[in-house]
Design a protein around this ligand. Structure first.
Ligand code: MN
Ligand code: ZN
Length: 498
């Protein structure tokens, strides 16, 4: 990340050069902080000339505005007060961050006349700034001149509001959320030669600093547990697999945990059923589920969430090799159920089958949610605007859809059913690992369902949303960090005690 926003909240601030940002509703109403930032009222005239009406996320940018103590003045439109959502506040923060450019001091006036602005909205705005600031440029030895975030720098941001105390308090949580999202993005963006299963497990181990208990299971231990499906995927790679088990104990000791399980295929060649070459480099992102889970555990621990949570990462590499698994192989899972391998590129479900069963067996969780870049078919169905949601529990599915709308990390529920389940019956084993092209996302979910027992469970197919997603006000990076804010909000809204 090359820009660091050092954000504070204050009752007032003196502008002495730098950038001033005024928030404004749509229509004729005044912009926030007009007396300080724009004592001569030049914004009104400029807005008329530029036909700026305060539409959501639009900006009016004035250089050296007459009579203003600021070097630059940006008016940021919020649209209509009644239409403004929590997610809009994040987006507004993102737009504010993108307006900073070469400035190093920013004063933002947030008390919009005619709008009730509280701590939660301001913390959301600040979170949007932090999320927008991220860019993955670790391997760029020459930073582009036009790059929004070109030179490494710290930008001092003061958000002026009467609600400064409440905002400051709420912002501590935004900081924890940003930390989790940015961690997930970073891991998805990292090249696969740098981030193997062992290195990924090391990153999980680092959460111990935040008070998370972390165990790393090696190949030997997984063999002992009988994780034949996960190990079958890993056997073609010279890099050994790992299973990371993270526990955050912020709830009452006796409470069953909530559990999150991530597919962590650090690189997916397809194995012997090798993928076409074009676009294969994107398969470095096939660990987006595991990235979201580690990011979420970071966030829960950093904000000291009052919940017991388990995070499990199935970390493997899927490679073709003399020792790789073949189509036709039959593997025995930890559950005892057998799977015939039809296509070695349908590997994520094999990893998750053992990870889900292990999680359920050991922790008896309240629910299990797994995240996985599982199928290309989910892109065919939903594009990259929503993730696929599959669940055996209407309550959990409803909660997830609800927080999806709040956070802007949206979900569309897909069907499950006996008729679909039949499609993965095998002639030679209990099931086969693909059900063919049709309903490809659904049959993948049906396989997972066979490993979760009666526990409330949801599978989020994030193949379209975790990587290569369209850039937005709050994300310009290839890896989006999808799922961290969604699941943090799920925990916050429905599963924290007291
Ligand atoms: Mn695959
Ligand atoms: Zn995969």
């Amino acid at each position: 990340m090359s820009v660091k926003f050092d954000i504070s909240f204050a009752k007032s601030a003196k502008i002495d050069g730098g950038l001033a940002i005024q928030l404004k509703l749509a229509g004729d109403g005044p912009a926030a902080g007009a007396a300080e930032a724009d004592p001569e009222g030049v914004v009104t005239r400029a807005a008329e000339i530029a036909k700026f009406s305060g539409k959501p996320m639009s900006t009016l940018d004035l250089i050296a505005p007459h009579g203003s103590p600021a070097d630059r003045l940006v008016v940021l439109g919020l649209g209509k007060a009644e239409a403004l959502t929590a997610y809009d506040w994040l987006k507004a923060g993102g737009v504010a961050a993108s307006s900073v450019k070469s400035m190093t001091r920013v004063v933002i006036f947030a008390d919009v006349p005619g709008l009730a602005v509280g701590g939660a909205q301001l913390a959301g705005f600040a979170l949007g700034m932090l999320l927008r600031a991220y860019s993955f440029d670790t391997y760029k030895t020459k930073k582009g001149e036009d790059d929004e975030n070109k030179a490494p720098k710290t930008v001092k941001v003061t958000i002026v509001t009467a609600e400064h105390a409440a905002a400051k308090k709420a912002f501590a949580e935004s900081d924890a959320i940003a930390g989790g999202v940015l961690l997930a993005r970073e891991l998805v963006n990292l090249p696969p030669n740098v981030l193997g299963p062992v290195e990924f497990a090391d990153r999980a181990k680092e959460l111990e600093k935040l008070g998370v208990e972390v165990e790393i299971l090696t190949e030997k231990e997984m063999k002992k547990l009988g994780m034949g499906a996960l190990l079958g995927v890993a056997q073609g790679s010279v890099r050994p697999p790992r299973l990371a088990v993270m526990q955050w104990k912020g709830g009452k000791p006796k409470d069953a945990p909530v559990a999150f399980i991530g597919k962590g295929v650090v690189f997916d060649t397809g194995g012997i059923s090798i993928k076409p070459g074009a676009g294969m480099e994107d398969m470095k992102g096939d660990m987006g589920g595991a990235a979201a889970v580690i990011g979420l555990m970071h966030t829960l621990a950093a904000r000291k969430a009052k919940v017991n949570a388990v995070g499990i990462l199935g970390l493997v590499e899927n490679m073709p090799d003399g020792n790789a698994q073949r189509p036709g192989d039959i593997v025995t899972t930890m559950s005892g159920q057998t799977i015939e391998i039809i296509n070695t590129d349908a590997e994520g479900r094999l990893v998750l089958a053992d990870a889900l069963y292990y999680c359920n067996d050991r922790f008896k969780p309240r629910f299990m949610i797994n995240l996985a870049t599982l199928t290309g078919a989910i892109l065919v169905a939903l594009g990259n605007l929503q993730a696929g949601l599959f669940s055996n529990d209407d309550t959990l599915a409803g909660q997830l859809s609800g927080v999806g709308d709040v956070t802007g990390e949206r979900l569309w529920r897909m069907p499950l059913g006996k008729e679909y389940d039949k499609l993965i019956d095998s002639k030679f084993a209990d099931m086969k690992n693909t059900g063919g092209r049709h309903a490809g996302s659904i049959t993948a979910a049906q396989l997972l369902k066979r490993f979760v027992g009666e526990t409330p469970w949801a599978h989020l197919d994030i193949a379209g949303t975790a990587m290569n997603s369209p850039s937005s006000e709050i994300n310009q990076s290839w890896g989006s960090g999808y799922g961290v804010r969604l699941l943090d909000e799920l925990v916050r809204a429905h599963y924290e005690v007291g």
